[in-house]
Design a binder for this molecule. Sequence first.
Ligand code: HEM
Ligand SMILES: CCOC(=O)c1cnc2ccccc2c1N
Length: 290
Amino acid sequence: IVHIAAINKDRTIDDYQRIYNKIAEKIREDDEYDGYIGYGPVLVRLGWHSSGTYNKENNSGGSYGGTYRFKLENSDPSNNGLQNAAQFLDPIYKEFNWISHGDLYTLGAVCAIQEAQGPKIKWRPGRVDLPESATPENGRLPDAVNGADYVRKFYARLRMNDREAVALTGAHCLGRTHLKNSGFDGPWGAASSSFTNEFFINLLNEQWKLQKNAAGNKQYDSPKGYMMLETDYALIQDPIYLKIVKEYANNEASFFKDFASSFQKLLENGIDYPKGAPEYIFKTLDDQDM
Ligand code: HEM
Ligand SMILES: CCOC(=O)c1cnc2ccccc2c1N
């Protein structure tokens, strides 16, 4: 399968910055969502899940076709809760319906990370809405009740190495788990809407206890009300991952640099960009004194 980015010569960075600003202003406006965590984290998860269906073996799945908009994909149990992000983006799409769904989902995630004071993420337009027949089957997104071997193998399918895998999982500094969505619960009170290296610091500093939650699923809980999935905790069980976790816990700049490159790679998996294809770095609302 080959997906070539379609360059729309009529659209400039100003057009996409306008959409970015609309999303960023709406994130500020709709601040009550999920106990005042806000829409940032679930927008990041939508951008990740619409890209995480990629399979390097046959270059299938991924963000290009915007197939999350079809029932088969948005009703995948792995996508429980992402309807909130899709509904958030609906009015933005209605106002700017010249953008493809794949570009919108990924732009929303980049916006959410940058507005959460995370790193600048380079973003390239050109994804094209594909028909429903292009929708990947359910089951391509990762399960949370697994160890390091599973995590390494899963990320390899997305062409990610150990550093990229650890960096990407650092996005779990944002938001929380919801029993009704995934059968996991927490963190309590501590869920954050700022993008930092706190996830790695927590992994190393908290006392973790593996226990069954109210849904009977195993997760690691700490006395201070933090939680980790088994796939999170795997990052300190595996000696290679552990070394990288320590690096990011002690050097937020290194985490930011690796996250920015890994997240762009994740969002662009499966897409061939023609030479000279435009690449944008959007200004935050703060950068624009808005
Ligand atoms: C092995 C890989 C991963 C597993 C098993 C996993 C699993 C999960 C689960 C179970 C949740 C809770 C969903 C809910 O109950 O609402 C969650 C939330 C989240 N995940 Fe992951 N995840 C993984 C990797 C990633 C990656 C690569 C990113 C982004 C780069 C990411 C970003 C997020 C965010 C931002 C949330 C919070 C969403 C919210 O607050 O609504 N995750 N993840
Ligand atoms: C910085 C405090 O948050 C955490 O340590 C943490 C850990 N794992 C997660 C896994 C999925 C979603 C949110 C998660 C989360 N917020």
